[in-house]
Design a protein around this ligand. Structure first.
Ligand SMILES: Cc1cc2nc3c(=O)[nH]c(=O)nc-3n(C[C@H](O)[C@H](O)[C@H](O)COP(=O)(O)OP(=O)(O)OC[C@H]3O[C@@H](n4cnc5c(N)ncnc54)[C@H](O)[C@@H]3O)c2cc1C
Length: 409
C-alpha cells in the first residue's frame, strides 16, 4: 500500500551527471520534474560525482553555458588547445589544434565532482525540480496517459505519476531491463586506472592520447600544474599497478608515456574502473525515453560518454519543451519518435568510432599497426579529414539541438 502519491510532468530516474543535467534543463523551462536518485544529492555526497576527469567537448561547453551552469565551473575547467595522438614505438601521430578548428578551445577538462556539485547547486535554485533522494525506483507501469512509478523514498513507499519517465539510471539500468530492451554488450577485459600526476614541464594545454602495446593512455591538462591520467590496461594487469608505491607507479608511467612532459614528480590517489561497451537497441518505449549510460556506455578512450549523454539531454529537452509549449502530449509517441530519430545517427557514429578505436589500437599485428599509423599520418596531412575528425570529437557533427548552438530552450 502506498503512503503517498505525487504528480509531475517528467520523472527522471537516476541523478548521475546526465539525469541531473536533464532535470536542470527541463526545470528551468518551467516543467514540474522529479529527479529520483539512490544516493543523497548533496555536495560531495553523490559517489558518481567522483574524481574522474572529464574531457568536455566544445559543444558540451555550449550546452552547459546555455543551461547557466558554465559560470559555476569555468574557474576549474582547463581549456584544451591541442590534442596530440600518437602510437608508442611507431611513427604515426596526428594533431588537432584550436587554431585549425577556429575555436577558443577544442574542449575543457573538469572533474565529475566539480560538475556534479555545480549541478546540485543549480538545481537547488530551481523550485520546479523536486529532488527525491535517496530514493529508489522499485517498479513502474503505464496507465492510460501516465507512467506510474513505485519508489522507496526515505524508507517509505511513494507512488509517482508523470506523463513522461526518463531512464538515466546508468549502465545497469533497471528500467531498460524491466522493459526487456535488448542490448549489444562487449566486455573489453580492460580497466581504466585514473590518477592526477604532476610532470615537471608545463602541459601547455595539450591533451595527449598515446596508444601503447599494453593499452591506451590519455594525459589531460588540468588547472594548475598537474594532468589527469586515464590509463587503460588489461584487467588482469591492474591489481599489480594499483599495488605499486608512487615512485614505482611514476617510473612505469614514465616508461610508457616518455618524456614529452619531462619527468613525472607526483601522483595522487589511484582509482580503477572496469570498462565495457553497451548499446541499447531502442532508446524509447511507451512514455519512456532512455538517455546517457542507460542507452550507450562507452570506453573512455575518446572521452565521449558524457558528451554524448549531454547531447541526448539537449535533444530530449528540446522536443519535450516544444511539445509542452504547444500543449501536445510530452510523453506521446510523436515526441518520443522525434527524440529517437534525432539521436540515432549521433549515438551510432560515436559508439562505432569509440569501439573502432579500442579495437584498432588493441592490435599489435604488424600490417594493422602500419595501417593505423598511415591513417594517423594521413589525418595529420589532410585538413578536411582532420576537420571531420575534429567536428566529431568536439561534438559538432550532425544537426545540433538549440542548447548545443548556445541558445536558450
Ligand atoms: C575512467 C572514466 C573516464 C571517463 N572520461 C570521460 C571523458 O573524458 N569525457 C566524457 O564525455 N565521458 C567520460 N566518461 C564517461 C562518463 O563518466 C559517463 O558517460 C557519465 O558519467 C554517465 O553518466 P550517467 O548519468 O548516464 O550514468 P551514471 O553516472 O551511471 O548515473 C546513473 C545514476 O542512476 C542512479 N540509479 C540507478 N538505478 C537507480 C534506481 N533504480 N533508482 C534510483 N536511482 C538509480 C545511480 O545511483 C546513479 O547515480 C568516463 C568514464 C570513465 C569510467
Amino acid at each position: 500500500m502506498n503512503d503517498e502519491t505525487r504528480e509531475f510532468d517528467v520523472l527522471i530516474v537516476g541523478g548521475g551527471l546526465v539525469g541531473a543535467s536533464l532535470a536542470l534543463a527541463l526545470g528551468r523551462a518551467g516543467l514540474e520534474v522529479a529527479l529520483v536518485e539512490a544516493h543523497p544529492l548533496r555536495v560531495n555526497a553523490q559517489p558518481n560525482y567522483d574524481e574522474r576527469s572529464l574531457a568536455l567537448a566544445h559543444g558540451s561547453r555550449r550546452i552547459l553555458d546555455a543551461m547557466g551552469l558554465w559560470p559555476l565551473v569555468s574557474g576549474e575547467a582547463c581549456p584544451i588547445h591541442t590534442i596530440h595522438v600518437s602510437d608508442r614505438g611507431h611513427f604515426g601521430f596526428t594533431r588537432l589544434t584550436r587554431e585549425d578548428e577556429g575555436v577558443a578551445a577544442l574542449g575543457y577538462v573538469l572533474s565529475a565532482r566539480v560538475l556534479g556539485n555545480a549541478l546540485i547547486e543549480a538545481l537547488s535554485g530551481v523550485g520546479r525540480v523536486h529532488l527525491l533522494a535517496p530514493a529508489e525506483l522499485r517498479d513502474f507501469r503505464v496507465e492510460g496517459e501516465q507512467v506510474c512509478a513505485d519508489l522507496t523514498h526515505e524508507g517509505k513507499a511513494l507512488l509517482c505519476r508523470a506523463r513522461l519517465m526518463v531512464a538515466a539510471d546508468g549502465v545497469q539500468s533497471r528500467v531498460r531491463e524491466q522493459l526487456g530492451i535488448a542490448t549489444r554488450q562487449w566486455d573489453y577485459g580492460q580497466t581504466a586506472v585514473i590518477a592526477n600526476v604532476t610532470p615537471d614541464r608545463p602541459h601547455r594545454n595539450v591533451a595527449y592520447e598515446r596508444f601503447t602495446d599494453s593499452g591506451p593512455m590519455a594525459l589531460l591538462p588540468r588547472t594548475g600544474d598537474h594532468c589527469a591520467l586515464v590509463w587503460t590496461l588489461r584487467s588482469d594487469a591492474v591489481e599489480e599497478l594499483m599495488q605499486l608505491d608512487d615512485a614505482a607507479f611514476l617510473a612505469r608511467l614514465q616508461e610508457r608515456f616518455g618524456f614529452r612532459l619531462g619527468r613525472f614528480r607526483r601522483a595522487g590517489s589511484r582509482y580503477a574502473y572496469p570498462l565495457q561497451l553497451l548499446r541499447a537497441r531502442q532508446s524509447t518505449a511507451g512514455r519512456l525515453a532512455l538517455i546517457g549510460n542507460a542507452v550507450h556506455t562507452l570506453h573512455p578512450i575518446a572521452g565521449q560518454g558524457f558528451n554524448l549523454g549531454l547531447r541526448d539531454v539537449a535533444a530530449l529537452a528540446e522536443v519535450v519543451i516544444d511539445a509542452w509549449r504547444d500543449g501536445s502530449d510530452i510523453g506521446g509517441g510523436a515526441v518520443l519518435n522525434r527524440y529517437a530519430d534525432w539521436r540515432r545517427a549521433d549515438q551510432r557514429r560515436v559508439v562505432a568510432f569509440t569501439d573502432g578505436m579500442v579495437r584498432l589500437f588493441s592490435q599489435n599485428l604488424a600490417p594493422l599497426v602500419a595501417l593505423r599509423d598511415a591513417g594517423m599520418l594521413a589525418l595529420d596531412l589532410c585538413p578536411p579529414a582532420r576537420h571531420a575528425f575534429g567536428r566529431l570529437t568536439m561534438g559538432r557533427a550532425g544537426r545540433l539541438p538549440r542548447l548545443a548552438r548556445g541558445l536558450e530552450l
